[in-house]
Design a protein around this ligand. Structure first.
Ligand SMILES: [Zn+2]
Ligand SMILES: [Zn+2]
Length: 126
C-alpha cells in the first residue's frame, strides 16, 4: 500500500463541499461567488454596504454587458445593488451607444438617430 490517504479534516471537507457546489452552480452563479470573493460587498454606485443578511440584493453586473465574458480576475464584474443595477441597464438601453463603447463588435452603423422620428411620433396630429 504505497498511497496513504490523508484523513480530511473538516476544513478540507468544507473545501470539497464548496468546490462541488461551485461546480454545480458554476454556469449561473459561479461568477457571482467569485465576484463576491474578489470585491468588498459594496454597491459600486451608491456605496451601500451589504452583509450576509441582505446579500441577495447585491448583484454582479457585467461591465461589457456580456454575461459570457467572465475573466477570473474579475475585470468585467462590478457589484451593484438591485436598484443601481436596474438603473445601469436602463441607462444602457436608453442611450445610444457612444463612441467609447464602440469597439470590438461591428454594429450596423447608425445612419440615422434612433430618435429621429420620435418628434413625429410625439407631434400631435393636427
Ligand atoms: Zn446601489
Ligand atoms: Zn448588469
Amino acid at each position: 500500500m504505497p498511497s496513504k490517504k490523508p484523513t480530511p479534516n473538516s476544513d478540507k471537507l468544507d473545501q470539497i463541499v464548496a468546490a462541488a457546489r461551485r461546480e454545480r452552480d458554476q454556469r449561473e452563479l459561479g461568477y457571482r461567488e467569485q465576484a463576491l470573493k474578489l470585491y468588498p460587498w459594496i454597491c459600486g454606485r451608491c456605496s451601500r454596504e451589504f452583509t450576509r443578511a441582505n446579500l441577495h440584493e447585491l448583484t454582479v453586473h457585467h461591465r461589457d454587458h456580456n454575461h459570457d465574458n467572465n475573466p477570473p480576475d474579475g475585470s468585467n464584474w462590478e457589484l451593484l445593488c438591485l436598484y443601481c443595477h436596474d438603473n445601469e441597464h436602463a441607462r444602457y438601453l436608453d442611450e445610444p451607444v457612444s463612441g467609447a463603447a464602440a469597439g470590438g463588435k461591428s454594429e450596423p452603423a447608425a445612419t440615422h438617430s434612433p430618435f429621429a422620428n420620435l418628434k413625429d411620433l410625439l407631434k400631435p396630429r393636427s
